[in-house]
Ligand binder design. Structure first.
Ligand code: FAD
Length: 319
């Protein structure tokens, strides 16, 4: 029998890893929205997340505002951006140009997505990429061409995962096959679609691990404090909100009570995911910090301490 590995027995590697924390933002649609977003960014930065993701409109509808927001995050904050990128409706040439642009502004993490099909039932233009898997392969090609430029940080590619069946998919088993195919094409991690029942994330994790998916699957958790938002998101994603929670939110007689109910339900959802083995939490913020920070306060995640001097230095230079 060989002796135990020095690496396996190292005390710093034996304990549990810190839990990753990240937020989702979307590019602002007006100057007023931008002002409010930057207040939120300041509040979220103070919690020292590992990255913040920036959404991208299908077919590149908000390409300029997305790249502008990412550029400012790199230049003016300590935050690391994870750029969402969708491929539906775009050719490989167009996408290779966008990927190059993102790498040039300093992005080292891309969430490779297909994007939603056009609502009018129209067919995406001929020659556009079909699946997120194709986009992962394209990102890896662009990365390979620039390998010498990326010596100090390769590209981390993330993908979407689904605790409940994707609306176009025949089954949850098919969703896991697609996730496995995305891993084989070079995905490093996955972030989940919203889910509203505590067991759904654990079930996805069990199915995925059984099928051979080894990449981290990070639960995407939405603060459940707004009935309007939960309903709207349910419609957009095809994920059925929990009727019992919706009833309790509707019966609440004040905003304070609604927030209490919503935060408590979100904390339960996040804790169930962490208990099931989630390596991190990704909070959908809708560009607002209050509910996200309320949830975070109640979770007390084990997080590494970091040094903020660089951020303060940058701000002094900017002023
Ligand atoms: P895919 O993985 O390509 O899957 C799409 C469908 O095709 C699925 O039904 C799948 O089962 C099927 N499929 C995939 N590959 C194959 C194959 N090889 N053979 C047969 N069937 C296949 N949308 C945006 O527009 N902008 C965003 O910024 C954005 N951010 C998101 C962030 C997260 C964390 C998540 C979970 C979703 C996000 N979305 C975003 C929504 C996403 O674009 C939609 O859910 C979309 O419908 C599917 O994207 P996907 O990357 O999962 O696609």
């Amino acid at each position: 029998m060989s002796p135990p590995s020095l690496i396996d027995t190292h005390p710093n590697l034996a304990g549990t890893a810190p839990v990753a924390l990240s937020y989702e933002l979307f590019p602002p649609r007006s100057p007023a929205a931008a002002e409010s977003l930057w207040r939120t960014i300041g509040e979220l930065e103070a919690t020292d997340p590992d990255y913040v993701s920036v959404t991208y409109g299908a077919s590149g509808s908000n390409r300029n505002t997305a790249v502008e927001l990412i550029n400012r995050l790199v230049q003016e904050t300590t935050l690391r951006p994870l750029a969402h990128l969708t491929c539906v409706g775009n050719s490989p040439e167009e996408l290779a140009e966008i990927i190059g642009e993102l790498l040039d502004v300093g992005v080292r993490g891309i969430l490779a997505l297909r994007g939603d099909q056009p609502k009018d039932g129209g067919v995406p233009p001929e020659g556009s990429l079909r699946y997120a898997q194709d986009l992962i392969e394209l990102i890896r090609r662009v990365e390979q061409r620039r390998s010498a430029l990326l010596c100090a940080g390769k590209v981390a590619v993330g993908v979407a995962a689904y605790p409940t069946r994707h609306p176009e998919s025949p089954s949850v088993a098919h969703d896991v096959e697609v996730l496995l195919a995305k891993q084989r094409s070079g995905a490093d991690f996955a972030i989940t679609q919203v889910f509203f029942h505590t067991e759904q994330y654990a079930d996805l994790l069990t199915r995925a691990r059984r099928a051979g998916v080894t990449i981290p699957i990070i639960p995407g958790v939405m603060p459940l404090t707004s009935i309007r938002r939960v309903t709207r998101l349910g419609e957009l994603t095809g994920v059925e909100p929990d009727p019992a929670l919706m009833e309790r939110l509707a019966a609440a007689d004040s905003d304070t009570e609604r927030t209490r109910i919503g935060v408590s339900a979100t904390v339960d959802l996040a804790n169930a995911a962490l208990d099931a083995g989630a390596p991190g939490l990704h909070l959908y913020t809708f560009n607002e910090h209050t509910a996200a920070l309320d949830v975070l306060d109640k979770l007390a995640l084990p997080r590494p301490r970091r040094n903020h001097q660089r951020s303060a230095g940058r701000r002094q230079l900017a002023s």
